[in-house]
Design a protein around this ligand. Structure first.
Ligand code: NAD
Ligand code: TYD
Length: 354
């Protein structure tokens, strides 16, 4: 059994679906079901005994203690977080509560549980706490600066990245001070199926199809290094299986692109796959809007460590990944409608008595 926190969110749900497609090892999914959590992402697992869903908060210490004692996992993978930079600018309280205090409570619960594991049977040595983090902790890169390595200084600029940086430091400290066998991954911007339409790529696809504006912040020349979500999931599985305890691993897709280029690619794919009724291009919907305060100019990942040490490389190029993503959103109009209407949360309430 493994514990996945935040498994009803974008990356967590992709991770659980991929995990159970390749393994019969059960997953306990602990998720608070915030606005970003959507148990319908896991509808394909309804009735599957390998997936145990618990609605709860990673900051709830008694709940954590009870779940760990009952399910006795060999690993915890912490995806749970408040994850959207724009929301952190408008209000950082939830980011501090979940990303910092929540991670602290989870570490404490993991430590107590790990210390109680029998040493003789190897369970204690085999236990892992894998913390999923972001490249945004490293701050912003100049246009020609080398990509982020694992040794880049932490220079977070947004309330979101500052809260993730704090959580990374806590994870590091629980290893160095208490010996907890931790692994940390720092990855670049993900895209793919089940992404809540508030992040760039999902938002642009959904807004374009709805005939709305495509809001590009500032000049649109900010650069992100895009990673297809299935590649992120395969990297996490690899780090969990073979990563060296106490190490951090950067995960990236080798796909640096400016935001405006991304939006244009999406428009062109939609022109091809779902042409507008009026025959015009979706590019006409692109609208430049006021820039985000403190907007990081460039992120880029140097992923050589995970490649050399663990033999991991992404399977998708940006061209193949974005085509799959657009196709997924086009064939999941009901999912999009549900996320936007909140109907999925009502469905969740009837499913889980929440
Ligand atoms: P998401 O916002 O889609 O999902 C977060 C999930 O965590 C939701 O299901 C939510 O209900 C749950 N959650 C929030 N607070 C919780 C709490 N207190 N207790 C339990 N569950 C809680 O996020 P995502 O995009 O899937 O990101 C997952 C992780 O990956 C996050 O830690 C994020 O920082 C990291 N990350 C994301 C990206 C990206 O591009 N999306 C890039 C790098 C790192
Ligand atoms: P986002 O998906 O919010 O991820 P992050 O801020 O964590 O990198 O944004 C990706 C980039 O796209 C970022 O430079 C901000 C920009 N952006 C827009 O230009 N318009 C939008 O509507 C959004 C959501 C983001």
């Amino acid at each position: 059994m493994i514990v996945v926190t935040g498994g009803a969110g974008f990356i967590g749900s992709n991770f659980i679906l991929d995990w159970l497609a390749g393994s019969d090892e059960p997953v306990l999914n602990l998720d608070k079901l915030t606005y970003a959590g959507n148990a319908a992402n896991l509808a394909a697992l309804a009735g599957d005994a390998r997936h145990v869903f618990v609605r709860g908060d990673i900051g709830d210490a008694p709940l954590l203690a009870r779940l760990l004692a009952e399910y006795k996992p060999r690993a915890i993978i912490n995806f749970a977080a408040e994850s959207h930079v724009d929301r952190s600018i408008h209000g950082a309280e939830d980011f501090i509560a979940t990303n910092i205090v929540g991670t602290f409570r989870l570490l404490e619960a993991a430590r107590a549980y790990w210390m109680g594991l029998p040493e003789g049977e190897g369970a204690r040595a085999a236990f892992r706490f894998l913390h999923v983090s972001t490249d945004e902790v490293y701050g912003s890169l100049a246009p020609v600066a080398p990509a982020f390595t694992e040794r880049h200084p932490y220079e977070p600029n947004s309330p979101y990245s500052a809260s993730k940086a704090a959580s990374d430091h806590l994870v590091r400290a629980w290893h160095h001070t208490h010996g907890l066998p931790v692994l940390t991954t720092n990855c670049s911007n993900n895209y793919g199926p089940y992404q809540f339409p508030e992040k760039l790529i999902a938002l642009m696809i959904v807004n374009a199809l709805a005939g709305g504006p495509l809001p590009v912040y500032g000049d649109g020349q900010q650069v992100r290094d895009w990673l297809y979500v299935a590649d992120h999931c395969s990297a996490i599985r690899r780090v969990l299986a073979a990563g060296r305890v106490g190490e951090t691993y950067n995960i990236g897709g080798h796909n640096e692109r400016a935001n405006l280029d991304i939006v244009r690619v999406i428009c062109d794919l939609l022109d091809e796959c779902a042409p507008r009724a009026d025959g015009g291009s979706y590019r006409a919907q692109i609208t430049h809007v006021t820039d985000r305060p403190g907007h990081d100019r460039r992120y880029a990942i140097d992923a050589r460590k995970i490649e050399h040490e663990l033999g991991w490389r992404p399977a998708e190029t940006f061209d193949t990944g974005i085509r799959k993503t657009v196709a997924w959103y086009l064939s999941h109009a009901d999912w999009v409608r549900g996320v936007q209407s909140g109907a999925y949360r009502d469905w969740v309430a009837t499913q889980y008595g929440a």
